[in-house]
Design a protein around this ligand. Structure first.
Ligand SMILES: Nc1ncnc2c1ncn2[C@@H]1O[C@H](COP(=O)(O)OP(=O)(O)O)[C@@H](O)[C@H]1O
Ligand SMILES: [Mg+2]
Length: 373
């Protein structure tokens, strides 16, 4: 086993080190959320450990205590749907004096995004179909709520998060938010989302038991032999939720998140261009998979409506993700705040462009970050 060196050890908060005193720490993983993520082992048992410090200015969904509700979500799903074994079991979850820690079984494998960027587009398509099939038939399809308005899953969240973006001093110093560029104000963006939701037939018809709640494809681990997949980093809620929310996160991860996380949004080398091309292909694959999704009829929508709803969800998620990046930039564990602010600016402007397209009833075309003026 490789022990981490002294400099790395300093990155581990004292209370986490005490919590893990009976384990060997194998090394850090690159977590993107300002948290501390590492691999720990005890004998042959390997665990993925995530620690989030408690802080007063964390955005909703990034609070330390959310780690504990993530554990509850997994336990509940594994209990009521034992056949749905794709959620990685939680080994231990604890509230410490200054933060929370979640330990899960460590899963070997890679993200579907890795499969896509390796150039294996058919392999990516197969994995995505498998994920949607399993979610559609086992997870979402359990019970549905009465029809509801889009406020709870989308617009309220967007409104809260845009308030956070607007109030962030650091972000204002880094980038001009869109409302100062002669466009709609932040409040208007929320109204824009509400209008689109109401007027274009995008209302979620029903909410279902949540399958995940943060289903970006970096939270899916495909086993090395491709025999199956595991889900990690679920939202941490046991409320009913809109399955299209998950589909929107899948699209967002191929459209913007992968480009930004992997630094493909700038530069012009042949390799960068090749990878961008693969992401564009990946977005087409997402569309094809959503089109043939076995759960569409249960939602009571036709193909076109479902795709518009997925794009709407992706646009709202993009703008909300802007606030999440700012929250990460403000976290003490963040090592490159400027990079997070840059991502926040891209998420905000691309999400807003997509919402404007949806309002004008044009066939939506994803604004790729490298196409920005
Ligand atoms: N149980 C696990 N086993 C192996 N790798 C994991 C596990 N949980 C998460 N990971 C990897 O670590 C990454 C970051 O963890 P995650 O909980 O998703 O944090 P965040 O998205 O907040 O950075 C994931 O995208 C995944 O690649
Ligand atoms: Mg994650």
């Amino acid at each position: 086993m490789t022990e981490i060196d002294q400099a790395e050890r300093l990155r581990i908060p004292g209370e986490l080190e005490i919590h893990l005193r009976n384990s060997d720490i194998e090394g850090f993983l690159s977590g993107g959320s300002g948290s501390v993520t590492l691999i720990a082992s005890r004998g042959r048992d390997r665990r993925f450990v995530k620690y989030v410090a408690r802080r007063s200015n964390a955005i909703d969904g990034h609070e330390a205590d959310r780690l504990l509700t993530k554990a509850r979500q997994v336990q509940l799903i594994r209990r009521i749907a034992p056949e749905f074994g794709t959620y990685v079991p939680v080994v231990r979850a604890a509230r410490l004096p200054h933060g929370c820690v979640l330990e899960s079984q460590f899963v070997e494998g890679s993200s579907p995004i890795d499969i896509l960027l390796s150039g294996d587009v058919p392999g990516f398509s197969t994995v995505l179909t498998q994920i949607l099939d399993v979610l559609g038939s086992l997870a979402y399809n359990r019970r549905a709520s009465e029809p509801i308005s889009p406020s709870a899953p989308y617009v309220d969240r967007l409104s809260r998060r845009l308030d956070y973006v607007a109030s962030s001093q650091g972000f204002a110093a880094f980038a001009q938010p869109p409302d100062t560029q002669g466009g709609d104000g932040f409040a208007d963006v929320t109204n824009l989302a509400l209008d689109i939701g109401a007027s274009r037939g995008l209302l979620p018809t029903r909410l279902f038991f949540p399958a995940h709640g943060d289903l970006n494809l970096f939270n899916v681990i495909v086993r090395p032999d491709r025999s199956g997949f595991a889900l990690v980093d679920q939202r941490g809620t046991v409320d009913d939720w809109d399955p299209v929310y998950d589909l929107g996160k899948i699209l967002l991860s191929v459209w913007l998140q992968a480009a930004l996380e992997l630094g493909l949004h700038t530069g012009d080398s042949p390799e960068v261009r090749r990878r961008r091309q693969l992401l564009s292909c990946g977005a087409e694959v997402v569309r094809d998979c959503v089109d043939s999704w076995n759960f569409r009829s249960a939602l009571g929508v036709d193909r076109k409506q479902l795709w518009l709803r997925v794009v709407f969800a992706a646009a709202v998620h993009a703008m909300c993700e802007s606030a999440a990046r700012i929250s990460v930039a403000c976290s003490p564990a963040c090592t490159d705040a400027e990079r997070e602010y840059e991502k926040a600016a891209v998420y905000l402007s691309c999400g807003r462009l997509l919402l404007l397209q949806l309002r004008s009833s044009r066939e939506p075309v994803l604004p790729w970050p490298w196409d920005r003026a």
